[in-house]
Ligand binder design. Structure first.
Ligand code: NAD
Length: 315
């Protein structure tokens, strides 16, 4: 496989700006593309702020910041972004028609060697993209914010070559990520399936008045949530005893909530404009602080936690 040196990130929004940062920080040349001109300087200033946080936390030298920013070139012309790209990640809107069109464009503007990845969260792109290089197409599903959260789910399509999976996995390890390979598409892959199960249970508990939002989050953080970074969900079964979990799984006392596609609590919050951090209130009240301030505070905590887990050898 051709060595990957130049990466193009298509879409400079929530995910795209941070993806560009990940590769530039490890020395790769990066092109960042967006259809909206104004998205590009905004992405650059978000990256500069992210790097500033890393400098404050002692994870990056002040003198290295300029080099990272210089390695990221921005353009609204997708041809310019892709003409010399070895690896492209599209992080545009989660819409089937837009992704389909994007892959056809990428097929035309990228050299034949280029690997094309989608950052889709739930879409089976393999069923609808039209490309002359199905062996070089796959999903890399990152987690927000990509420059902080280590996991990347690498999902192979029915025609993705083993070389492509191996090359991309090696690239992800090289940029400090924790890739896992998912051998065939299923909606939500691994991490979002586990999260979705928890979200469905959380909404069931809230809608039926079993516990408050505060208490549900305390139950999460102060019990299995605290164990999870050390044990995960599978090893936890070993620690409890496989036979014990077999018995409790088999006794039928736990029933997962009935499948439904709405929640009274969530509908009420949305109708009140309580959309979460971005509107100052959601399930919780954020006391008039700006979303940027709240996100920044959380990001710093997440970086500290990640570094601590690395020291423990858990990441
Ligand atoms: N936000 C998350 O937490 C998250 C997590 C994992 C995966 N994803 C996936 O990543 C993708 C991007 O999500 P996001 O949250 O960054 O979206 P976003 O809306 O913040 O950013 C998308 C960007 O793509 C640009 N864009 C749209 N069409 C384009 C085109 N044809 N060419 C170039 N740029 C184009 C938009 O102008 C925008 O700046 C989606 O597929 C989403 O499902 C998001």
């Amino acid at each position: 496989m051709h060595e990957i040196r130049t990466v193009a990130v298509i879409g400079a929004g929530t995910m795209g700006h941070s993806l560009a940062q990940v590769f530039a920080q490890r020395g790769y040349r990066v092109w960042l593309n967006d259809v909206r001109e104004e998205a590009l300087p905004r992405a650059q200033s978000r990256i500069a702020a992210n790097l500033g946080t890393e400098v404050e936390l002692g994870l990056l030298e002040q003198g290295q910041k300029g080099g990272v920013l210089d390695r990221i070139r921005t353009t609204t012309r997708i041809e310019a972004a892709c003409e010399d790209a070895d690896f492209v990640i599209e992080a545009i809107v989660e819409n089937q028609a837009a992704k389909k069109k994007m892959f056809s464009t990428l097929d035309n503007v990228c050299p034949p060697r280029t690997i094309l990845a989608s950052n889709t969260s739930f879409m089976d792109i393999f069923s609808f993209v039209e490309t002359g290089r199905p062996d070089k197409v796959l999903i890399t599903h990152w987690f927000a914010p990509p420059h902080i959260v280590p996991l990347v789910e690498v999902v192979r399509g029915p025609r993705t070559a083993q070389d492509t999976v191996d090359g991309v996995t090696a690239l992800l390890i090289d940029v400090g990520k924790k890739p896992i390979v998912i051998s065939k598409f299923l909606p939500g892959f691994v991490a979002n399936r586990l999260q979705s199960a928890l979200t469905a249970e959380m909404l069931f508990l809230l809608d039926n008045g079993y516990a408050t939002a505060e208490d549900i989050d305390m139950a999460t953080k102060a019990s299995f949530g605290m164990r999870m970074p050390i044990l995960g969900v599978v090893k936890k079964v070993d620690f409890a005893g496989v036979d014990q979990i077999q018995r409790s799984f088999g006794n039928g006392l736990y029933r997962s909530p009935p499948h439904r596609q709405h929640s009274e609590t969530m509908d009420r919050l949305v109708s009140q404009g309580r959309l979460g951090v971005k509107s100052g209130q959601g399930f919780f009240d954020y006391g008039g602080r700006s979303p940027e301030e709240i996100m920044q505070e959380t990001n710093v905590k997440l970086i500290r936690l990640r570094e601590f887990l690395k020291k423990l050898g858990e990441l």
